[in-house]
Design a protein around this ligand. Sequence first.
Ligand code: ZN
Length: 455
Amino acid sequence: MKKFGFLLFLFVIMVAFPKGADASSYSAKIYLDGSELKLSSNVKVENTNGTVMVPIRVISENLGYSVKWSKATQTVTVKSGSNTIEMVIGKTIAKINGQSTVMSKAPVLRSGTTLVPIRFVSEKMGLNVKWDNKKKAVYLITPSTNIPNEGEDGLSTINGISFSDNRLMVAVSGSVNPKIMKLTSPDRIVIDVENAKFSKSFSSNNDINDTGTGELKVTGYPDVKLVRYSLYSYSPSTVRIVIDLNKAKNYTLSGTGSGSKVFIVDLNASTTEPGTNGKKLVVIDAGHGAHDPGAVSSSGKKEKDFALALALKVGKLLEKEKNIDVVLTRSDDTFLELKDRVKIANNLKADAFVSIHANSGPSAATGTETYYNRDSSKALANTIHKYLIKATGLKDRGVKYGNFHVIRETNMAAVLLEVGFISNTNDESKLFNTTFQNQVAESVVVGLKEYLKVQ
Ligand code: ZN
């Protein structure tokens, strides 16, 4: 089966790029706001008759848009803010926010990877796109006014709500001054954010009905039943968030200062903010989530599930450390935009950030990689990688530079781990093995402790 697949792949390549024809399969470079996107080693960019096609993981991992792939309908759905693009393999008619549009080249499926035209996707998401034929490079430029329509009414926006590590985290734009009430029978904490509304991206990424109410399922926290949210009042426009409790709890509020992008209602017994009292604060980020599965193995296993399982294990181990506080960007199968993952870490002024992923590529590709973006993250990358490769026992693919959003935009030492290849059957069986996960979690903690110089 494998061999046949490879031959078929070669055949497709030969048909798609006949020798001497105008079509060229050279790799194009992609720059986002001036800096080149360093793509994973297995990501192939194609230039077919002048249309640059990129794997959908570039759209999600490098550009930070949410991407959903439906095998059944062969449809790729890309979402960012209020914009949704739907593309179907082999079809040049795409849907932009429900309206049909013609694209220059249809998405293609190559060797299990879906390729989409980067200019089309970027332009529809509001980026300016330029092609330099001499350098064979695509330039993507974010317009300076990147939040049209929002903020014009003077209201702050609620961009995301998540719950992990017994903390409610609310991502906001604009200044907010949440009013918090502790209420009884039933026990609950009510948070009112006046002069605020839900952002368009919140409404499109979260479960929110036409009357402006929705809920966030919370599991694994015995004190918390549910988090509910609603547009509680129109005058003044007020967003209300309610934490339904199983028993009365105290809370601390942090991150409400001006310029803050996230405020936190902390239900942990300690009344100190995470990372204070001389403790180091680590943010662990499980990649992908909910409608974004990440890479999917041939047996149907999802990267998001591996990432969450490992992140929870790392989180558990770090919680036992007396000199480290830990915050998880997600602790269940929810989705956060890349920028919200970054906001959590930056707002908490974390000391280290670790994003957990699994790699994907040709079925023969195997091994462990650790990515850094900024020079200041190299030491963390080297230290974790040293222990990580021992723990995985897989091929050492090295410490590499990578232009991933979460490790580029964070302010602290930040690394992205590609623990193994979910697309390789041997790596895959290890990634989903509990003993292997425990070993890997342990190695990440050992690396973090050495880097942070804590006992
Ligand atoms: Zn990933």
